[in-house]
Write a new protein. Structure first.
Length: 330
C-alpha cells in the first residue's frame, strides 16, 4: 500500500495557485474604465520612466509588481506576529490597469496621470500608484488638491529636491520640491535619505527651511520610528511616496539608482504601520522598481508585500476608528 496515496474521500477544490490566472495586483478584480469605478482602493500603474537619470526600465515596474503580488493572493493571509488575518473582507480593492503613456511625451503622460488620479479621488477611492520613475509623483500630487491640507512622508535614498535640470521641472529628481510649492501640501518627513544624490547642499538647506524632517536610516535606527515622526501631526491627512531605493541595495537591487545603507523590509513596513496610525492615509505610490536589474524578482516581490501591508494597515486603522460598515478582522 502506498502511504502517500490520496484519500478516497477528498473534496476537489480550486486552489488558484500564484502561477495561474490573470495577474492583476493580488488577483483583485479589474476595472479599467474609471467612470465605472466603485471601490475603496484603486490600484493603478504609471509605467513612465522617461526622466530616468541612470538605469532605465522602471516602466516595467507595474507589470512586474503585479506578477509577484500573485504570491500574496494565495493562502490565509495570517500574520502571526500581529495575530491578524489580512483578508480585506468587506473592503473593495480593484486594479484599474495603467495610465496611458505617450512614448517620448512626458508632459502628456503626466497630464494623463493627473487626470486618472483625479478621477479615482472623485469616485471616493484611495489611489495606490505603481511606478514608473519618481517623476510620476508630481502629477499625482497635483491631483490631491481636493484633499486640501496633506502631509507627506517620503521613503527614499534621495532628497528629490532639485530645482530643475536644464529647465526640466518635472523629473524624478524634483517631485518633493514641486510638492513643497503646492498650496495643499503641508508638512513633510523625508526618511531614508543618505549618501550622495542628485540634490545639492543648497537643496537640503531649502528643504529644511521649508520645515521638512530629513533623516537617514542610521539616524532613525538610533532614535526609533516614533521619534522620527514626532514632528508630523496626528489625525491629519497623509500621502506616502515610496522609492524602492529607500531599501538597501542588497535587499532591493532592482532599482533605478540603488544605494547602500538603506532600510530593510521590516523597517519600511513598521514605518508604514506608524503612518497609518498617525493619520488618515489618502493615497500612496511605490516607484522606481526596475525588474530588468533583478532577474530573481525579489525587488518586485518586496514592493508587492509592502503595498499589501500598507493596504491592510490602513484598513485596520479605519476599523479601529469605528468604521462599522466594513469587516476586517476575522
Amino acid at each position: 500500500m502506498n502511504k502517500y496515496a490520496k484519500k478516497q474521500d477528498y473534496t476537489r477544490v480550486k486552489l488558484d495557485m500564484p502561477f495561474t490566472g490573470i495577474t492583476s495586483f493580488r488577483k483583485y478584480p479589474i476595472c479599467t474604465n474609471l467612470d465605472d469605478l466603485d471601490a475603496d482602493f484603486a490600484i493603478i500603474g504609471v509605467p513612465n520612466d522617461m526622466t530616468t537619470a541612470w538605469r532605465s526600465g522602471a516602466r516595467m515596474g507595474p507589470r512586474s509588481i503585479r506578477e509577484q503580488s500573485s504570491l500574496y493572493a494565495f493562502g490565509s493571509g495570517y500574520d502571526h506576529e500581529r495575530d491578524i488575518v489580512y483578508n480585506n473582507d468587506g473592503w473593495k480593492v480593484v486594479d484599474c490597469g495603467d495610465v496611458s503613456i505617450i512614448n517620448g511625451d512626458v508632459e502628456q503622460s503626466h497630464e494623463n496621470t493627473e487626470e486618472a488620479i483625479r478621477k479615482i479621488i472623485s469616485k471616493g477611492a484611495i489611489p495606490i500608484v505603481l511606478g514608473g520613475d519618481h517623476s510620476i509623483t508630481s502629477p499625482v500630487a497635483f491631483a490631491l488638491e481636493s484633499e486640501e491640507k496633506v502631509n507627506v512622508v517620503q521613503i527614499d535614498a534621495h532628497l528629490d529636491w532639485l530645482k530643475d535640470a536644464s529647465g526640466q521641472r518635472f523629473t524624478l529628481s524634483n517631485p518633493m520640491r514641486r510638492m513643497s510649492e503646492m498650496e495643499h501640501i503641508n508638512k513633510m518627513a523625508q526618511l531614508g535619505i543618505r549618501g550622495v544624490g542628485s540634490s545639492q547642499k543648497e537643496d537640503f538647506d531649502d528643504a529644511r527651511a521649508y520645515g521638512s524632517t530629513i533623516l537617514s536610516p542610521k539616524q532613525i535606527r538610533k532614535m526609533g520610528i516614533e521619534e522620527a515622526l514626532k514632528e508630523m501631526p496626528n489625525g491629519e491627512k497623509y500621502y506616502v511616496t515610496i522609492d524602492i531605493d529607500g531599501l538597501d541595495a542588497s535587499v532591493a537591487p532592482g532599482a533605478g539608482s540603488p544605494s547602500p545603507g538603506g532600510f530593510f523590509y521590516d523597517e519600511v513596513s513598521e514605518i508604514l504601520e506608524a503612518v497609518a496610525k498617525k493619520g488618515q492615509v489618502i493615497g500612496f505610490d511605490l516607484v522606481e522598481v526596475n525588474p530588468l536589474y533583478d532577474p530573481t524578482g525579489v525587488t518586485s516581490q518586496i514592493a508587492a508585500r509592502l503595498i499589501v501591508d500598507f493596504i491592510n494597515f490602513i484598513i485596520r486603522e479605519k476599523q479601529n476608528q469605528g468604521d462599522s460598515s466594513r469587516v476586517f478582522l476575522s
